[in-house]
Design a protein around this ligand. Sequence first.
Ligand code: DX5
Ligand code: ZN
Length: 217
Amino acid sequence: MKIQVSPSLLASDFGRLGEQIREVIDAGADMIHFDIMDGHFVPNITMGPPVLASLRRHCTVPMDVHLMITEPEQYVDDFIQAGADIITFHTEACRHPHRLLTRIQEQGVKAGVVLNPGTSEDEIEYLANMVDMVLIMSVNPGFGGQSFITDMVRKIENVRAMIGDRDLEVDGGIDDTTAKQVIEAGANVLVAGSYIFRHPSYLEAIETLKAAGGEGN
Ligand code: DX5
Ligand code: ZN
């Protein structure tokens, strides 16, 4: 599968988000990863729908919106209104994930579920044929710059076996080394914050991640 890179804005300069988005798109970003945190589901607060709506015109690739919020069903419509193209929410935060996936998809937006490191992939077995994407957290959500949890490689393999050719995204601690491991295990969308935004060349960083999949990517 073709490897896609979704830079996480969490590691960018929030004072110039529009510019940073355009810079990583010019450097080859396939989508832009928005980390939405509410201070309840995770111990950090970031941005909400009005910020996304303002950034929409800068974002010429899909907006990949990762909701780290409790009761995501309360807010998905606002994020769709703001221009989200892909919405993923945590199964740990949602009582009726099947219902919410359907509701998002009915509005013409791609929908996916996210698994914390401590959540088993068994949780999503009965959603495997309807999700557009599964996002596997390879760190505990809430902050950028954490170390990749190696045990997640096995989970990636298991989820790939479950979902066929649907998108499998991995988020947390992705760099040139861990990218190889997760691609080999079956990931096709890589989220990276610190690795890209701390790199002297966004172009080189994104190319390196894509090349981690070997020839043809
Ligand atoms: C963590 C976020 C990630 C984070 C990744 O809660 O979901 O998207 O920004 O950051 P790095 O790539 O620095 O681990
Ligand atoms: Zn994320």
